[in-house]
Design a protein around this ligand. Structure first.
Ligand SMILES: [Zn+2]
Ligand SMILES: [Zn+2]
Ligand SMILES: [Zn+2]
Ligand SMILES: [Zn+2]
Length: 331
């Protein structure tokens, strides 16, 4: 996939006349200001070393002009500039204590309307283009799309730590096994024992994750203890490693019991797009009160011993799932 095959509307092709004028003005301002910077920085890369044309570090495209020179993120209105024309994004402006990071002059409160207008005329490919998204958006709606783009990478589904790893499903499966030492199973049924020696201690950090591979997909089985109101509870639920639309093609059941009693749960796995915490806080899974958990554990109530069995199966669901709204807000 080549970015070159997509059409960037740049300053040199397809921009409307008035914007072209604005862009050329901007270009001029930038060339000039880069000159000042290079001169002020003691000839670094400027006229002194002879490697580059004297003082010229021109921005080569409007796209580059719209990159904040401080944080390199794309700039969105309000775009700010100093008295010398150095631009910066509003996030950076809030951080620099009214000093232009480029020339150290007082920043003031000047908006760069020309650049904002130029941005409006741009159409850019989704930033997940290299991952397969072929959509093109006006500059200002690109961010909104990217937050929801189906090709955006998934976050690591491992709970209990602030893991920042993102990626596609195969790379996350490998990451879970290698870096988090998660148990991997093949098959659509499971039979797990969870044992904890002091069940009276319930810390939020008590949880387990197992990954199942079936129907050509991966599923995360979570088991954890947490405090629900005043009472400690145990909870088990399944998440689908893929997007929500595909998750709806599957159902799962969980069962826990002992001594002629049992609790069962049947549901649709949630996508790992929904965070572990979000699923937990919506109680979308099998919840076992502590007293019941201790009863199922038998013995002297000193040890938690739960056997959780379950199954995943494929549904033949026609069209959109009418239960989706209800599932998002379980009562
Ligand atoms: Zn910035
Ligand atoms: Zn400046
Ligand atoms: Zn996209
Ligand atoms: Zn991780």
């Amino acid at each position: 996939m080549e970015l070159g095959s997509l059409k960037y509307v740049s300053a040199s092709d397809g921009m409307m006349e008035e914007d072209e004028a604005a862009a050329s003005q901007l270009h001029h301002a930038f060339t000039k200001s880069f000159h000042v910077v290079n001169g002020g920085a003691g000839g670094n890369g400027g006229a002194g070393n002879g490697a580059a044309p004297p003082g010229i570090a021109p921005a080569t495209s409007v796209h580059e002009l719209l990159e904040c020179p401080v944080c390199t993120n794309s700039m969105y209105p309000p775009i700010h500039q100093c008295h010398n024309g150095h631009t910066l994004c509003s996030t950076c402006k809030a951080r620099v204590h009214n000093r232009c990071p480029t020339c150290r002059q007082e920043l003031g409160d000047i908006r760069c309307l020309a650049l904002e207008k130029v941005a409006e005329s741009l159409e850019l490919p989704c930033k997940y283009h290299p991952l397969g998204c072929s959509e093109i958006f006006p500059y200002y709606s690109k961010l909104k799309h990217e937050a929801q783009c189906n090709f955006r990478p998934y976050s690591c589904p491992y709970a209990g730590s602030e893991c920042a790893v993102v990626g596609d499903i195969p790379s996350l499966v490998a990451h879970l096994g290698e870096d988090h030492k998660v148990d991997m199973h093949t098959g659509c049924t499971f039979n797990h024992r969870y044992v904890k020696s002091n069940p009276r201690e319930v810390e939020n950090a008590t949880w387990m994750l197992t990954v199942f591979h079936c129907f050509g997909h991966y599923f995360c089985l979570h088991f954890e203890a947490f405090q629900l109101g005043m009472a400690p509870v145990y909870m088990a639920f399944l998440r689908f490693m893929g997007d929500e639309n595909e998750a709806r093609n599957y159902s799962y059941s969980l069962e826990v019991g002992g001594y002629d009693r049992k609790l069962t749960w049947e549901g649709t796995p949630r996508s790992i797009r929904d965070s572990h915490r979000k699923v937990r806080d919506s109680h979308d899974g099998l919840i076992i009160q502590r007293n019941m958990a201790l009863f199922f554990s038998g013995g002297d109530r000193k040890e938690l011993k739960l056997r959780v069995t379950g199954r995943i199966w494929k549904e033949q669901r026609p069209g959109p799932d009418p239960g989706a709204a209800a599932r998002a807000q379980p009562s």
